[in-house]
Design a protein around this ligand. Structure first.
Ligand SMILES: Cc1cc2nc3c(=O)[nH]c(=O)nc-3n(C[C@H](O)[C@H](O)[C@H](O)COP(=O)(O)O)c2cc1C
Length: 173
């Protein structure tokens, strides 16, 4: 497996097998996030690992499209300093996106499916996960072995990505 193939073939997985993640798979996923690059190497992120089935079910209610978290073997809540506070750097979210992408790619390479979930209910997220007031969770990631392994590499939908000529500008817009 190489990076280019992973980037090209990986798909979001939302249906998971009912079995826990192997310790080495989980460790590799968390390490991929820990190892991510960040502006000035500030690493302004914390990852809350959730495996308790009841807690996963609660996390699945934090937004209208969070349902897949309920069936995941594990969720990682992505916590950063609140990027909406005055003066907060945009690089907080840039950095977090990179860390999340690395976690999902390493998961995929190991046969683990994943999908982001957007948190709409920030205060309930804080109550459930207990992070401090100056921290914020906008996104979670579901991880688990796919219910159908073919889902990891299901063919891209027709029109599933914008064509290169539409988004790449040569020399200037
Ligand atoms: C910032 C972000 C938030 C997302 N939030 C959700 C979500 O709340 N629920 C969900 O099912 N998928 C969510 N997704 C997954 C996208 O729907 C998915 O990446 C996109 O449809 C492409 O899927 P594909 O790689 O399988 O083609 C999110 C993705 C990103 C990058």
């Amino acid at each position: 497996m190489n990076v280019q193939e992973a980037v090209h073939r990986k798909r979001a997985v939302r249906q998971f097998a009912d079995r826990p993640l192997a310790d080495d798979d989980l460790a590799a996923i968390l390490e991929a996030g820990r190892r991510a690059h960040s502006a000035k190497n500030r690493q302004r992120w914390s990852f809350i690992l959730v495996r308790d089935r009841e807690r996963l079910a609660q996390l699945a209610t934090l937004g209208p499209w969070c349902g897949h978290v309920a069936g995941a073997a594990a969720a990682v809540a992505l916590v950063t300093p609140d990027p909406r506070l005055p003066g907060a750097a945009l690089s907080i979210t840039w950095d977090l996106g990179g860390a999340a992408a690395q976690m999902m790619l390493v998961a995929w390479e190991r046969g683990v499916g994943s999908c982001p979930a957007t948190v709409y209910e920030a205060e309930r997220a804080r109550e459930l996960l207990g992070y401090p007031d100056d921290q914020h969770c906008e996104f979670m990631l579901s991880f688990g072995y796919p219910a159908d392994p073919d889902e990891l590499t299901r063919p891209n939908r027709e029109g599933g990505r914008r064509p290169t000529e539409e988004l790449v500008h040569l020399e200037a817009w």
